[in-house]
Design a protein around this ligand. Sequence first.
Ligand SMILES: NC(=O)c1ccc[n+]([C@@H]2O[C@H](COP(=O)([O-])OP(=O)(O)OC[C@H]3O[C@@H](n4cnc5c(N)ncnc54)[C@H](O)[C@@H]3O)[C@@H](O)[C@H]2O)c1
Ligand SMILES: [Zn+2]
Length: 370
Amino acid sequence: MQSSRVDVDLGSRSYPVLIGTELLGGLGAILREQGLRQTNAFVVTNPQVGALYFSALEKALTAGGFTRVVRHEIPASEEGKNWEEFSGVCAALLENFPDTGAVPLVILLGGGVVGDLGGFAAGVFRRGVPFVQLPTTLLAAVDSSVGGKVAVNFGGVKNIMGVFNQPRLVVCDLALLRTLDAREVRSGASEIIKYGAVCSGALFQQLEDGGLEKLLALEPEVLTDIVARCVRLKADVVEQDELDKLGIRNVLNFGHTIGHALELSADYALTHGEAISVGMVAATRMAVRLGTVGEDFQKRLTALLTRAALPLSHRDAPGLFDRVLRALQLDKKFRDGKNLFVLPTGIGSWAPRENVDWALVHDCVRAVLV
Ligand SMILES: NC(=O)c1ccc[n+]([C@@H]2O[C@H](COP(=O)([O-])OP(=O)(O)OC[C@H]3O[C@@H](n4cnc5c(N)ncnc54)[C@H](O)[C@@H]3O)[C@@H](O)[C@H]2O)c1
Ligand SMILES: [Zn+2]
């Protein structure tokens, strides 16, 4: 059986990310080994994931000595990552656990939406209660479950209301990914290609050399290896810039400036990973025009995205271009009238760019709306 462990070293907020197959059944024991002694659990999930995995989780928790397991579901889509659902989680926490002597362990069973929203609620209930991430999508496994950025969308802006809140533990049972739609697997591959493109030439090469197809087929050995590599890459960035203050963490935003704007403007027609794929194409066009990278990079990136059947553009619709531009001006990294773009400077390297001419931004957005 393949398994791996990545430690995120953040001093008193350090935690391990355990990656393997068939970990869910032993979760009770794993939690105890990590020193988590609660006997109450509050599980946030969604109807789809809950139907598949909640009873196995409940059984594992009961076997580990939990005496009360509360299940709370939020909608299974980005549309549900909003203030009302966040407030609903807070209300359920308070209703079920009014006694300060019975603080629950919050367990987030799902993809990035459950992880981001539930981690935010865990961060504000009683000024913070411990939580554990159990990522069930490839995207959550390689990206959103690690690093402590938790938030909801608000006022038409992605992730604008949130906090930094590190989990106590991440348990990534790769067997759970087997029930994912192929589309969601591709969506996770988009963030993996992002890591390769701007953080690791070796990962990019591995994907180019056939790793991508093995990853998309969820081949256990390659999947474990690539998930662990990505988690290590993310941990390295987060360890240097946990609170996103030094600019180092911006690297993870390659493709996200235009990608986020499109994700919110296209009426949720795109998954997060698909929007980021289009966003990476747009940012790369910008990089080529500004000369930070050559056309060879563009060719290699689009070839890999194409092999993953990820979109390079999105169908235009009336008013969409204007909505994307408006959303760009609401981006949380928009400052002093300028967007922050993460531009590749070669395979596995990048540079931030703030002073991008608005006409060039227009051109790059226009180019990916066809
Ligand atoms: N916090 C961060 O650092 C960070 C990083 C990257 C992305 N994100 C956020 O993550 C979100 C996207 O996450 P996502 O791609 O995981 O989407 P998601 O959470 O919406 O899940 C995608 C779909 O897959 C289904 N699903 C989940 N696990 C399943 C399983 N094992 N089997 C079958 N179906 C399953 C869900 O029900 C849902 O319909 C976005 O909101 C994005 O902003 C956050
Ligand atoms: Zn992302």
